[in-house]
Write a protein that binds this ligand. Structure first.
Ligand SMILES: CC(C)(COP(=O)(O)OP(=O)(O)OC[C@H]1O[C@@H](n2cnc3c(N)ncnc32)[C@H](O)[C@@H]1OP(=O)(O)O)[C@@H](O)C(=O)NCCC(=O)NCCS
Length: 169
């Protein structure tokens, strides 16, 4: 079994949108992912491929020294095998390379599985955004001091030069 994490390309988007429909009650459309890849200079999206098939994905926005996890999902058939953690660690390391020193995310207050993963990696709950999902509140979580997090976990913290960032994605 060959597992890799790579930048999301247009050819991955139909599979990503199919997983999105399986795991979220308000899924993003293919168009939303394409817009993010094409038009959002702050965004970077990644897919986890198993033998060339999309099994999960994640996205970050990095604005100055703060990063935001915009999405994280693993296909139901591949959940519970450590791939969510791998994707999250990759996203954090990429955010640090792009200059982020702290990273945040929102998660449904009822999504205890995802919250367990985030807490395991050191995210701490910092507040509630009421009705963030229209039908439910969001728990806001932060992970501070990314350079030290990456060093502790053996992730490279060599920053990507700004000139190279233009060519990613
Ligand atoms: C949340 C999600 C990304 C986790 O991915 P995953 O591949 O299933 O998780 P992993 O196998 O990497 O597990 C990592 C940790 O998550 C937690 N976790 C995973 N499955 C769990 C379960 N069924 N119950 C409680 N905690 C669980 C555990 O802390 C686990 O660590 P451990 O195996 O050392 O105990 C995945 O379940 C998913 O896509 N869910 C639907 C979409 C979603 O909720 N995304 C998050 C939005 S904020």
């Amino acid at each position: 079994m060959k597992v890799s994490i790579e930048p999301m390309k247009f050819c991955h988007v139909p599979s990503v949108a199919a997983i999105e429909k399986m795991v979220y009650s308000a899924p993003w459309s293919e168009h939303a992912f394409i817009n993010e890849i094409l038009d959002n200079g702050f965004a970077s999206y990644y897919v986890l491929l198993i033998d060339g098939e999309v099994a999960g994905y994640t996205g970050i926005w990095v604005i100055l020294d703060e990063a935001h996890i915009t999405t994280l999902a693993v296909s139901p058939v591949w959940q519970g095998k450590g791939f969510g953690r791998s994707l999250l660690e990759h996203a954090i390391a990429e955010a640090a390379k792009k200059g982020a020193v702290r990273i945040t995310l929102e998660v449904r207050v009822s999504n205890l599985k995802a919250q367990a993963l985030y807490k395991k990696l050191g995210f701490t709950p910092c507040g509630i955004r009421p009705n963030y999902y229209h039908d439910e509140d969001a728990l806001v979580m932060w992970l501070d001091n990314l350079p030290s997090f990456c060093e502790r976990n053996g992730f490279s913290v060599v920053k990507t030069p700004a000139a190279e960032r233009d060519w990613e994605g």
